[in-house]
Design a protein around this ligand. Structure first.
Ligand SMILES: Nc1ncnc2c1ncn2[C@@H]1O[C@H](COP(=O)(O)OP(=O)(O)O)[C@@H](O)[C@H]1O
Ligand SMILES: [Mg+2]
Length: 151
């Protein structure tokens, strides 16, 4: 996960959503993205951009107790949020691979079960800065060429 790494700064939630739209083509069917960063960093905001790009009938939102929420559009966006995962072994019961047949997997809080998760195609790390509406977003991937053109 080191061949490509780029840092981007966004200054509004809309810019983070826009980054999600730009990254969406790299997270198509069969692809896996990890989203890391503390609460409020903008992970779900970025997923909203992905559901918008794929014309899903609803925008992504923060789940309360559900571990995987699917949004249906041109492809299925399968949004995992493992913040409330009690036991990393619960991931086995989710049969995540099956979601990859007609969609992707976008995983918030992968740290909580990383050893049981499939490896990601893209890793996105979001951080707060000293400015309340600013975020530092680091994108890592092995798909160097196409991402370099895009970002
Ligand atoms: N530049 C920014 N990018 C993303 N969100 C931002 C930004 N500035 C402020 N925010 C706010 O931070 C919050 C991010 O929430 P959310 O996307 O649910 O975060 P997470 O999923 O990481 O917990 C939202 O209330 C959003 O309006
Ligand atoms: Mg979230």
């Amino acid at each position: 996960m080191n061949s490509f790494s780029k840092e981007i700064v966004t200054n509004t939630p809309e810019e983070t959503l826009g980054l999600g739209i730009k990254l969406a083509p790299f997270i198509g069917i069969g692809k896996i993205a990890y989203l890391k960063g503390p609460l409020g960093a903008g992970k779900t905001t970025l997923v909203k951009g992905i559901t918008e790009f794929y014309k899903c009938s609803q925008p992504a939102k923060s789940p309360t107790f559900i571990l995987v929420t699917s949004y249906f559009g041109d492809i299925s966006i399968n949004h995992c949020d493992f913040f409330r995962l009690n036991n990393s072994e619960e991931i086995f019961d989710l049969a995540l691979e099956e979601y990859l047949e007609d969609g992707n997997l976008i995983i918030e809080w992968p740290e909580i079960g990383e050893k049981y998760l499939p490896k990601p195609d893209l890793e996105i790390i979001l951080e707060h800065t000293d400015l309340s509406s600013q975020r530092k977003i680091i994108i890592k991937s092995n798909n160097k060429e196409s991402l370099e053109k895009l970002l």
